[in-house]
Each structure stands twice: as structure tokens, then as C-alpha cells.
Design a protein around this ligand. Structure first.
Ligand code: UD1
Length: 437
């Protein structure tokens, strides 16, 4: 028996729903509390497995953490942190664990993280993090399963990222806020979640400015204070919920969604024929699905381009749209694995050069057993299940639970037929079919 998501065809997802805090903001903000030595209070914290994993990590380092899951309030006391070593069982579960390297180097001049198997140097390297840490005076050596980084003194330098990596920008920024002098990060990622981190760091007392088009300047300070902060709402959850309504011919209203963080994605939904109504100042989004959506093509790109994290769910919408669409994944090299699962459901998709999907819309998908390979693919397969004739069984539930706060319950409250329960399944999930994104 294995826990699976069971989804039955549902027409007209309808109603009002509120978003949780953003996964991609909360994890790094939790890591950033290591930069101070005090009681931090974070609000609007999503109750997801990744958050629980980051709590374990912070506790392992010595922090005292209290999570009021009902009220979504997380208290982190970092005054008791004494350790700078992250064990393999935590590191393997969540790649975002690398985000403690910056804060630990700033606080202890030392960090030890285990390497998550072949992942680090293979498909999702951390070379931008490591190469730039070396430039600011960190030396690395491998000791058994651990990568040990240490420095006598962090140096303030002008750094340039070859690609605007979200994680590298965050890690380098966190290592620089307590470094004497001016650090400059050129070609930095400016995703809304990075900006939420910047707001938190500024509230702690950090001196950070953003210079157009994509440079971050940090003037080091001596100490940082503990903070209170409410996590940004999850634009990626918003996109997924809007797509649930679009795919099922429904009508949904999300009062706390920021349309200004989803411009390109919303433009594409409109191009498909769906009606989008945006509230005053860009707050609140309503989607009214059109009856015969048209296929649209897009390429993923760093913010403010089409978000790679919405590629998989948007691709599902194309499998049922009228016409042919081309979707190019430019951010990650291997993030179209979900198409093989969608093909099992009757989708007509051709994969070109591993990063381009050519999709011809079909009249309907058919429910079957499918495997989720990462967080966003798990959501995409759930959406496909809502539109598919019959029952869809989605395996790889841990990805779904890692990335979302009760998304199954939220969808159920909008009329979706979805539940998570133990099932007798045909096959186990092969290890190579998972990506820890
Ligand atoms: C973060 C998000 C993830 C999102 C991604 C892109 C979190 C916890 N995760 O991941 O949901 O999909 O941003 O918006 O915030 N790369 C390198 N070397 C590096 C670092 C990255 O080659 O050292 C490559 C990656 O393999 C990828 C690209 O750069 O192809 C972008 O990755 P990056 O922006 O770093 O993603 P993450 O921070 O890991």
C-alpha cells in the first residue's frame, strides 16, 4: 500500500479561495534568520513538508522553533544556534538546504553540508554558489560525505552570475550582509521571492539596494536584529488554482493573489480565451473559463518571464486546447518529464531536444496511474486528473506535500473530487524518476 492522490473528473471548479505563503520565499527567509541571534516571528507560513524539513534543519543547528500550524505563525529563536553542519538525511530531502550556507558562513565563518548524491554536480549543480563563495574568500574541501567550507574573513567583491540563479543570488546576498565593505551581485535573480528576502534582510538592518537592470548592492553591517515578517503569498499556487478553473471550465476568485507578479502568465491565459478580472491595485484575480480554449505557445524564463514553476500545469491546459502549442523549457535542462505521464493519459505531445514540447490538443484525457517527478509535476498531474475521464491515481505524493499547503483540501472546497489515501498500486516509483527541485 502506498499513499496516492486519487482524482476524479470534475467540471466547473468554482468559488473563492485564499493563497498560502510562498514556498520559495519561506524556506530562504527561514534560513536567513540564522544571520541574527534572537527571536524571529514569521507569519503566513505554509504548512508544507519542506517547511517542516527546514524546521528540522534549523533545530539540528541548535535553533528553538515553534510552529503554530493553525495560525501559520513560526517562531525561530536563533540565539541558541551553535552548529554549522547539515546532516545527509535533511540535505537529501530538500535541495533548498544549500541556502543555509550563506548565513552559516556569515555567522560562523564555517559550514558543512552533505552532498545530495549525484544531484549536486549532475543535473542541478551548485557551481554558481561555490565558485562565488570561493571568490569572497571561502575554501572548500570534501571530508567524507561532507563539503566543508571555511574562511578567515569574508571579502566584499563585485560578483557576476553567468545566469540569474535564484538560489545563488540568495546565498551570496546572505553571506554578504555581514561582510565589511560593498558587495555587488551583477545579473542577479529578482524573483518576487528574492525581493521578499531582501525586505526581511533590510528589516533585520541590512543595507541593500537594487540597481537596474539586475544588480544588487550590499553594504555590510556589523550585526542584524531579529524580525517579524509576513511571507509573500504564493504566486505559483495562484497560477495552479487559476489553471484548475481554466481546465475544468470553471470560475474562481483569489482575493489575495497579486496579478502584478503574474503578468506574462495571465497574458497567456487571456490569449487562450479565458477572462481575467483583476482587482484594484492588482490585488485579487478572478478567472472565468472560456468554453473552447485556444492553444498558446511560450518559453519559460527568469522573472518577469513565464515562470518555469508554472510550465507543467500550463502544459496540461495545452493538452486540451484547440490547436498546436510549443512550449520551451529554458530554465532547467530536464523539466519536461511529466509529458510521458500525460501521454499515458492520452495527451498528444512530441518532445524535441529534451527541452521543447509540441502539443496537439485532444478532446479529452483519460484517467490512469501516473507518477509525479517533482513538486510542480505533481500539481500538473492533479490538474490533468480533474479534466480526465475516469479516475487518475497520482503517485509520488511526497512531492505534492512538500510544495503545497493542503492544496488537495483547497481544491476539494472548490468542488474538486480529490483525496489522498493509501492504495494498492501496480508498480513502485523508480528512483531516477524523481527530481528534488
Ligand atoms: C529556485 C526555486 C525553484 C524554481 C527556480 C527557478 C526555491 C526553493 N526553488 O530554485 O522552485 O524553479 O528557482 O525559478 O526557491 N544552476 C547552475 N548552477 C548553480 C545554480 C543553478 O547551473 O549553481 C542552474 C540550474 O541547474 C537551473 C538554473 O541555473 O538550470 C536556474 O536555477 P536556480 O535559479 O538556481 O534555481 P533554484 O534556486 O535551485
Amino acid at each position: 500500500m502506498q499513499e496516492c492522490i486519487i482524482v476524479e473528473q470534475t467540471h466547473n471548479i468554482e468559488g473563492e479561495i485564499s493563497l498560502s505563503g510562498a514556498k520559495n520565499a519561506v524556506l530562504v527567509i527561514m534560513a536567513s534568520t540564522l544571520l541574527n541571534s534572537g527571536k524571529n516571528t514569521l507569519r503566513n507560513v505554509p504548512n508544507s513538508e519542506d517547511v517542516l524539513c527546514m524546521i528540522n534543519l534549523l533545530e539540528e543547528l541548535g535553533a528553538q522553533v515553534n510552529f503554530d500550524q493553525l495560525n501559520k505563525v513560526l517562531e525561530i529563536d536563533t540565539s541558541t544556534v551553535i552548529n554549522y553542519k547539515v546532516s545527509p538525511n535533511i540535505m537529501k530531502k530538500m535541495r533548498a538546504s544549500v541556502l543555509v550556507m550563506g548565513p552559516l558562513l556569515a555567522r560562523f565563518s564555517k559550514t558543512e553540508i552533505s552532498l545530495p548524491g549525484g544531484c549536486v554536480l549532475g543535473k542541478r549543480p551548485i557551481n554558481y554558489h561555490l565558485d562565488n563563495f570561493k571568490k569572497v574568500g571561502v575554501t572548500f574541501e570534501q571530508s567524507g560525505d561532507y563539503l566543508v567550507g571555511s574562511t578567515n574573513k569574508l571579502l566584499a567583491k563585485r560578483l557576476a552570475l553567468e545566469y540569474p540563479s535564484v538560489g545563488a543570488t540568495e546565498n551570496l546576498m546572505m553571506s554578504a550582509v555581514l561582510t565589511q565593505g560593498k558587495t555587488t551581485i551583477v545579473n542577479a535573480a529578482l524573483e518576487p521571492e528574492v525581493l521578499d528576502l531582501i525586505e526581511v534582510l533590510k528589516r533585520m538592518g541590512a543595507k541593500i539596494s537594487i540597481l537596474p537592470p539586475a544588480t544588487i548592492e550590499i553594504e555590510g553591517v556589523n550585526t542584524l536584529n531579529a524580525v517579524e515578517h509576513s511571507i509573500l503569498c504564493d504566486r505559483l499556487e495562484a497560477g495552479s488554482l487559476l489553471l484548475a478553473a481554466a481546465i475544468t471550465g470553471g470560475n474562481i476568485h483569489i482575493p489575495n493573489a497579486s496579478a502584478n507578479l503574474l503578468d506574462v502568465f495571465l497574458m497567456k491565459l487571456e490569449e487562450m480565451g479565458h477572462s481575467i478580472l483583476i482587482g484594484q491595485n492588482g490585488q485579487s484575480i478572478r478567472l472565468m473559463a472560456c468554453k473552447s480554449p485556444k492553444a498558446v505557445s511560450f518559453k519559460t524564463a527568469p522573472y518577469p518571464g513565464f515562470p518555469t514553476d508554472l510550465q507543467a500545469p500550463m502544459l496540461v491546459a495545452q493538452t486540451l486546447a484547440e490547436g498546436v502549442s510549443e512550449i520551451e523549457e529554458t530554465v532547467f535542462e530536464n523539466r519536461l518529464i511529466h509529458i510521458f505521464e500525460l501521454q499515458k493519459m492520452g495527451a498528444k505531445i512530441i518532445l524535441e531536444n529534451n527541452n521543447k514540447a509540441i502539443i496537439t490538443g485532444v478532446k479529452e484525457l483519460v484517467g490512469t496511474e501516473v507518477v509525479a517527478s517533482d513538486i510542480r509535476a505533481s500539481c500538473a498531474l492533479v490538474l490533468a486528473g480533474l479534466a480526465a475521464n475516469g479516475k487518475t491515481i497520482v503517485k509520488g505524493v511526497h512531492h505534492f506535500k512538500r510544495g503545497y499547503d493542503a492544496l488537495d483540501q483547497k481544491l476539494r472546497s472548490l468542488g474538486a473530487q480529490i483525496k489522498i489515501e493509501k492504495q494498492d498500486i501496480l508498480q513502485d516509483i523508480p528512483k531516477e524518476k524523481t527530481l528534488e527541485i
